[in-house]
Design a protein around this ligand. Sequence first.
Ligand code: F6R
Length: 369
Amino acid sequence: EKGGYASFMLKEIAEQPKAVADTLLGRIDGSGSLMLDEVRIPANVLREVDKVVIVACGTAFHAGLIAKYAIEHWTRVPCEVELASEFRYRDPILDQQTLVVAISQSGETMDTLMAVRHAREQGAKVLAICNTNGSTIPRESDAVLYTHAGPEVAVASTKAFLTQLVACYLVALYLGQVRGTKYADEIRAVVRDLASVSGAVERVLETMEPVRQLARSLAGKDTVLFLGRHVGHPVALEGALKLKELAYMHAEGFAAGELKHGPIALIEDDLPVVVVVPSPRGRSVLHDKIVSNIQEIRARGARTIVVAEEGDDAVVPYADHLIRVPVTPTLLQPLVATVPLQVFACELATARGNEVDQPRNLAKSVTVE
Ligand code: F6R
């Protein structure tokens, strides 16, 4: 049932364009309004929301970190993101005007479930973003928006992550719609961009051979670092998590701006550093800053692996390896930028002789705290 692929993980990586498209399907009407009737929290309640708190674990937490940028930018409602395992034990401030969004592929993660229960006890409304129909987290939440990734078998999350991002963007737009900060034409434009990202993911998948070669050449390394800014920061964290869990390598993701506050001391000769570069269009200040970060680490000997948009020439002189991704609006870039990092981790793990579908010590759903 691996459909000709060597692993479920490879199959699920390849299914991402469809998973993204399926998660959008039927959720926008002809006039450009989001139809999220399945989100049974009434519009008047959503209009009163004065804070969004996202809780999740692991890869789903990284989706939440990206969602924060979209929610705050599109709705102007403050948004916090917290690891579900930390949330409950710090006495978080929650009330009827708090919307808690719980993100979980399995819907069974105990830490996330406990966070949901705690939030509801405090009177907060809970919306689950979940991939598994009828699982515990959606059953215990006030509402659910399902991701349509289809069953994810490989332990490492790939297609579920991309669909979690899509669902988060939809929730952000929907909140904007009911609160009046996002109008039909703007929503339609973003949804159009989202719809075209599915094709962009397809194109990324067609250009992965150099990434696989690079990954194989790094199989003997001990450490890989990942850097990003803005939504590229959670992408860097996700790239590092994939490498830890699959290749059993030391991998860390940093906000590129934090380099000089410590991590730059780690840079040594030939250390591979993956840098996720934001689009040079739009907020170009972010782009310029990260180009200087690449120069800084390269001057100290790093081997730079640069993930940058097609046509971004400024990075070329500083990239030892260049991975191109299609032009995408900044907030949506994680949908394309994450894919090469999944392929990179999967191939590196295979080159090291690891079983990618069942990494050691891990389980697909973590039902203990
Ligand atoms: C990483 C991974 C885990 C899960 C985490 C949450 O590849 O799969 O980090 O993302 O255990 O699981 P769910 O989404 O089922 O709550």
